[in-house]
Write a protein of this length. Structure first.
Length: 413
């Protein structure tokens, strides 16, 4: 661990892009929280099965749209223009949802899909490019971005759901306003041209290896996260039944989001001043979540109040692991990718993650029959990844020392 010296780690663009992304995610997840209920409402008249099938198709359509959006942003219209167009289309789409009809639904969702595809990979690419001349600050920057996304998603779902309970139009209109504010913030950003000398990290086998490693690692992380997610919610629900007051139940239900946000704020401050080797950091992250899986295995199938402390500690460890791993992966991809194709690479990252989600869905059938199985799989796989990353860190460190020694010897000769 070392102090980060040199240029200031963050600029006003850091906070403008991060806040804009947080507002866009607040709008997006708020709409998602309402959309199924809206589709089965009398104005639309879908059956519950039709609504869930449409919702499943929505996730696939957004994945395809993000790949197309990444290609358009990197190769044709530019990342900044793609972000502004995408945000505007999302805002328009949410306002169109205020028209209570099937046509309004399909046009609105279509605009949101296209807008999200343009917005998401390109705004992450634009954000990462801010730090290409100070890559040690990438971890702090992406942690700020990730934390504001979590805050936006949490508050967006909460506020838009409350408004939607009164009237769907209120919820969608508020989501549209959030998207408009996000676009306005993006207009205030000033982007500098990229120095061609900063491409050196992306050249050769080393860059490809790091990016491939990052994609594999994050796919395993989110795939298994998806696998144990339902079981974690079941434990949370069972434990919440130990409280008589609804307020106490709500606190327990929201503890995951709350802890991730708090840990994210602390980590963002810490990593804005301190740099740690990213491979080592990933290893620590996987050790942290492996310990969380072990703690969850200690909780009985039908837990009582005595399991609450263990559960809270496990959730804290999961939140810490998420904050350590996810921003670090974004940092590695940004540093070792060619900036010209950064949005494309970020959009492609979602493909293996979706594949792992699908595999996790197949295994989830057994998780209801064997509730401990996802935690056992998580504990084993996360521990193996921890061991592999630590071994890689040690090998890289020793290789680096050998290279420096050889270089010194050659200089002496």
């Amino acid at each position: 661990m070392e102090l980060i010296a040199g240029k200031p780690g963050h600029t006003k663009e850091t906070f403008l892009y991060a806040t804009a992304k947080g507002l866009e995610r607040a709008s997006y997840y708020g709409v998602r929280a309402l959309i199924i209920l809206y589709m089965i409402d009398a104005a639309i008249g879908m059956t519950q099965d039709e609504a869930y099938r449409f919702y499943g198709w929505l996730a696939t359509a957004i994945l395809i749209s993000e790949i197309v959006g990444g290609v358009l942003g990197d190769l044709l219209i530019g990342n900044k223009r793609a972000v502004l167009i995408g945000g505007s289309l999302q805002a328009l789409g949410t306002f169109v949802l205020c028209i209570p009809s099937a046509i309004g639904l399909y046009i609105g969702i279509g605009l949101i899909i296209i807008g999200s595809g343009l917005f998401t990979p390109n705004v992450i690419a634009q954000f990462g490019k801010i730090y290409l001349d100070r890559t040690k600050s990438l971890d702090g920057g992406f942690t700020i971005l990730y934390t504001l996304i979590n805050i936006g998603a949490f508050l967006g779902v909460l506020v838009i759901s409350i408004l939607g309970e009164k009237n769907f139009i209120y919820g969608f209109a508020f989501a549209g306003i959030l998207s408009v504010v996000a676009v306005v913030l993006l207009f205030l950003t000033q982007d500098k041209p990229i120095d061609s000398s900063l491409h050196k990290n992306s050249s050769g086998f080393k860059g490809v290896l790091y990016v491939a490693l990052a994609i594999i690692v994050i796919s395993f992380f989110w795939g298994i996260y998806e696998l144990f997610g339902a079981n974690l919610h079941f434990i949370k629900y069972e434990l919440s039944q130990n409280f008589n007051m609804n307020s106490s139940r709500n606190i327990l239900q929201s503890i995951g989001s709350g802890t991730t946000i708090i840990i994210g704020i602390i980590a963002a401050i810490l990593w804005s001043f301190l740099y740690t080797n990213r491979i080592l950091k990933l290893g620590i992250g996987f050790l942290t979540i492996a310990i969380a899986m072990g703690l969850l295995l200690l909780i009985p199938e039908y837990p009582d109040g005595s399991s609450i402390p263990v559960f809270i500690i496990a959730v804290l460890f999961i939140g810490a692991a998420e904050i350590i791993i996810a921003p670090t992966i974004n940092s590695i991809i940004t540093k070792y990718s060619n900036p010209k194709y950064l949005a494309i690479i970020f959009s492609v990252v979602f493909i293996p993650i979706r594949i792992f989600y699908y595999l996790a869905g197949l295994l989830s059938v057994y998780s209801f029959e064997y509730p401990k199985l996802p935690f056992i799989i998580g504990c084993v796989v996360y521990t193996l990844l921890f061991a592999a990353l630590i071994i890689l860190f040690v090998v890289m460190k020793n290789t680096g020392k050998t290279h420096l020694a050889n270089q010194s010897q050659n200089n002496e000769q």
